[in-house]
Design a protein around this ligand. Structure first.
Ligand code: UT7
Length: 336
């Protein structure tokens, strides 16, 4: 990894989830399924969903407030907002701009969204690292928030069982003590297999030209292929990232993986030889919350005392694109 000119400090993290819980048993009202089928294949028992007009911007704002509060950095001192989302309530104005407005940031800082699906937080962290390392910006707010429940086809039992809504946020800044909290970071993608998970926007060509094939706007996924891709690629990628950093899995305290499927998490855990105590798992309560999944797992596990601060962790994820990525991070005391 390129040595950063200005090191990065993770100053604060936070999360937010909607209050409404939909259990596996609730889903039996929508289609033929069972708690047993869903739980044994995925590890999911329930998920949170937005209700009424609440959306990913509200969730992102709540998570951002918490992360800012912990960081000790005032909203008006934020220099840039990067929002990561694959299920935003609208394409524009972006979540970044709307969170800027909700936080009352009146300085005209850059605010924008990126889409790297469930790897979004890692991609956002990588972009922030570049801006901080170059000295261009100092304080950056990352908001990872997803509104999957609005984009799902709730008649499709093979996909709608998997996802939930949530937000996570992270405030990063130029490190003032020379210590870099990003020990390693790597992001990757393989666009040649992008059709494994898709969310097309519906639309029509100009009536003066040949029409395009009409497509419905809903998430489609080849679950089996995604499973095989993740189980094959991610454990290998994570162990190589650790090795490239000149470390051994035993040098890092925790694994905070994307919460997509318990069996994929277990495959990464086995590869690294981690104990259950070292692996953060909350998929049972939230399902797959896409971009929010990693920061939600991280912040919630600190709040519940499972993950102790003053430690190090591997964050890793994969998702539509197909994207994947990971980071080995230092988790300072007081960030959550
Ligand atoms: O962030 C990335 C997100 N995506 C993932 O991580 C997805 C990874 N993939 C998976 O987790 C698994 O592929 C699933 C959990 C989605 C599905 O498990 P599977 O073992 O691959 O099941 P399947 O899709 O092959 O379906 C097996 C059977 C089918 O019936 P038949 O054709 O064998 O008669 C399905 O119709 O299970 C049926 N089925 C269900 N039955 C009860 C599919 N969904 C359900 C359901 N309840 N919800």
């Amino acid at each position: 990894m390129i040595k950063n000119a200005i090191p990065l400090k993770i100053a604060g993290i936070g999360y937010s989830v909607p209050d409404t819980i939909v259990t596996n048993n609730d889903l039996t009202k929508l289609y033929e399924t069972s708690d047993e089928w869903i739980y044994t294949r995925t590890g999911i028992k329930e998920r949170r969903v937005v209700s009424g007009n609440q959306d990913a911007v509200d969730l992102g704002f709540e998570a951002a407030k918490k992360a800012l509060d912990k960081s000790g950095i005032k909203p008006e001192d934020i220099d840039m907002i990067i929002a990561a989302s694959s299920a935003p309530p609208r394409l524009y104005p972006t979540i970044g701009c709307l969170v800027q407005a909700k936080l009352g940031i009146t300085t005209h800082i850059p605010a924008f969204d990126i889409t790297a699906a469930c790897t979004g937080l890692i991609y956002a962290l990588s972009i922030a690292r570049g801006f901080i390392a170059s000295g261009m910006y100092k304080n950056i707010l990352l908001v990872a928030t997803d509104n999957n429940s609005r984009l799902l086809d709730w008649k499709d039992r093979s996909i709608s069982i998997l996802f939930g809504d949530a937000a996570g946020a992270m405030v990063v800044t130029a490190s003032d003590d020379g210590v870099d909290d990003l020990i390693a970071l790597d992001i990757c993608s393989d666009g040649s297999i992008g059709d494994m998970i898709e969310y097309p926007l519906s639309g029509q060509n100009c009536p003066l030209v040949a029409p395009c094939k009409e497509r419905e706007s809903k998430i489609t996924m080849n679950g089996k292929e995604v499973y095989k891709f993740a189980a094959r690629t991610v454990p290998q990628f994570v162990s190589e990232m650790v090795e490239k950093a000149g470390m051994k899995p035993g040098d890092i305290d925790y694994l905070v993986p994307h919460q997509a499927n318990l069996r994929i998490i277990q495959a990464i855990q086995e590869r690294l030889g981690y104990t259950d105590e070292q692996v953060v798992v909350n998929i049972e309560k939230y399902g797959n919350t896409s971009a929010a999944s990693i920061p939600l797992a991280l912040a919630e596990s600190v709040e519940h005392g499972k993950l102790k601060l003053g430690t190090t962790a591997i964050l890793c994820g994969f998702g539509a694109g197909m994207t994947y990525g990971g980071a080995i991070v230092r988790l300072r005391k007081g960030i959550c």
